[in-house]
Design a protein around this ligand. Structure first.
Ligand code: MG
Length: 391
């Protein structure tokens, strides 16, 4: 039986992960959960999975959770820990084999690194970990003999396709993108996009930032960086195709011209099922893809003129240094400002480009602490830029 620690248990990836665990009785033991402040959801998870250790954001939240768990017999109440330190305890629980890293944002970076240092295998759902600190994190994983299995559907697909050949036989990988709700829109149409319009994603149900990032195509940009580090590729080996049906989750082209694709339904449960069980494959209790019902599969090149985030990410992936960190931090702040109606939809890439121009000074990060500090400073500067020039 595999023992699991889950970072971010009440978020959408965390809930899907526990669903997969529940559907495969006898395969997994959930030993530790980390969540933020959703104590109702977390108490329900504790009652169903009986973890030994649970981490929440603050002492106040911890008191609230303890109250909700009063009806459990004392022997099945977990130890409750809090804050940054609590996250690290969950990430490094001595009995854990596999850490599922699904805390959203840069808050996931430190606990994921600590899990790697303690030799835990990683199922990685958090994009920022590799986007902002890919070099440090992959080096750390190499040193500790840790495999990082991607949960992000595109990278999970590529991970599967790569099992058909050796690293030296790969010509390129092709990340597919749904194109978001504004595929085919002119710049004039894009100038009228509201937060409500951007939050409606055609094929995937996700959190607010990633949904807006899908609409600007920055999400695919971040995935270029993710792929670069996960599979040790040159940027020139990473292509993006728009594929509105979201059935082909990505492809690998080998040097002999063969293309291998992974297809499936749009359900986070599928990449999680693969990542949790890797290197085995276990039967899914859910219905799979009925390909004969899919009328057509289309593939188009992205419109990089109206969706400049893609080229910004390619630039960051080529130059590296602090650029990917600046790109990510500036984008998160800009998306938040867009959702608050402080800036326009087209303002998002303009702000990111501005912040990237200032990032050239840092050649390379030497520690996670340095990354976190730099991330903070970019966020501060981005807010200042928005107040000054964009309102
Ligand atoms: Mg994805």
């Amino acid at each position: 039986m595999k023992t699991i620690s889950l970072l971010g248990s009440t978020g959408s990836v965390g809930r899907n992960c526990l669903r997969v665990v529940e559907e495969l009785p006898g395969e997994f033991r959930v030993v530790a959960l980390a969540a933020g402040r959703n104590t109702a959801k977390l108490a329900d998870q504790v009652g169903r999975f009986h973890p030994e250790l649970v981490s929440v954001s603050t002492g106040e939240v911890s008191t609230e959770l303890a109250r909700r768990l009063e009806n459990l017999p004392p022997s099945s109440r977990p130890e409750i820990v809090v804050g940054e330190e609590g996250l690290l305890r969950v990430a490094t629980h001595p009995e854990t084999d596999l850490v599922v890293s699904s805390i959203v944002g840069i808050a996931g970076l430190a606990p994921t690194c600590r899990a790697i240092e303690s030799g835990k295998q990683i199922a990685l759902a958090n994009k920022e970990v590799l986007v902002v600190a890919g070099e440090l994190v992959t080096e750390l994983a190499r040193r500790n003999g840790v495999q990082i299995i991607p949960v992000d559907s595109e990278h999970n697909a590529i991970h599967q396709c790569l099992r058909c050949g050796h690293a030296g036989e790969v010509a390129r990988v092709i990340l597919t993108a749904s194109g978001g709700p504004f595929r085919g829109h002119s710049s004039e149409q894009l100038s009228r996009v509201t937060p409500e319009m951007a939050l409606r994603h055609p094929t995937w149900k996700m959190g607010a930032r990633i949904t807006v990032d899908s609409a600007t195509m920055m999400n695919k940009g971040l995935e270029i960086l993710e792929a670069r580090w996960l599979f040790d590729l040159d940027v020139g080996q990473i292509s993006v195709w728009v594929h509105p049906q979201s059935i082909v989750h990505s492809l690998v082209e080998f040097v002999d011209g063969s293309m291998i694709a992974q297809l499936g339904i749009t359900d986070m449960g599928q990449p999680l099922l693969y990542a949790l069980n890797y290197p085995r494959r276990l039967p899914s209790p859910r219905p799979g893809l009925n390909l004969s019902q899919v009328a057509k599969l289309e593939f188009l090149l992205p419109d990089s003129e109206n969706f400049p985030c893609l080229d910004l990410a390619y630039r960051a992936a080529r130059q590296l240094g602090a650029l990917p960190c600046a790109l990510n931090a500036a984008d998160e702040v800009a998306v938040e400002a867009f959702l608050q109606r402080e800036i326009s939809f087209a303002g998002i890439p303009r702000i990111v480009a501005k912040m990237m121009e200032q990032a050239n000074a840092v050649a390379k990060f030497s520690s996670i602490a340095e990354v976190l500090e730099y991330d903070k400073s970019v966020r501060r500067e981005t807010r200042r830029l928005i107040q000054k020039d964009f309102r």
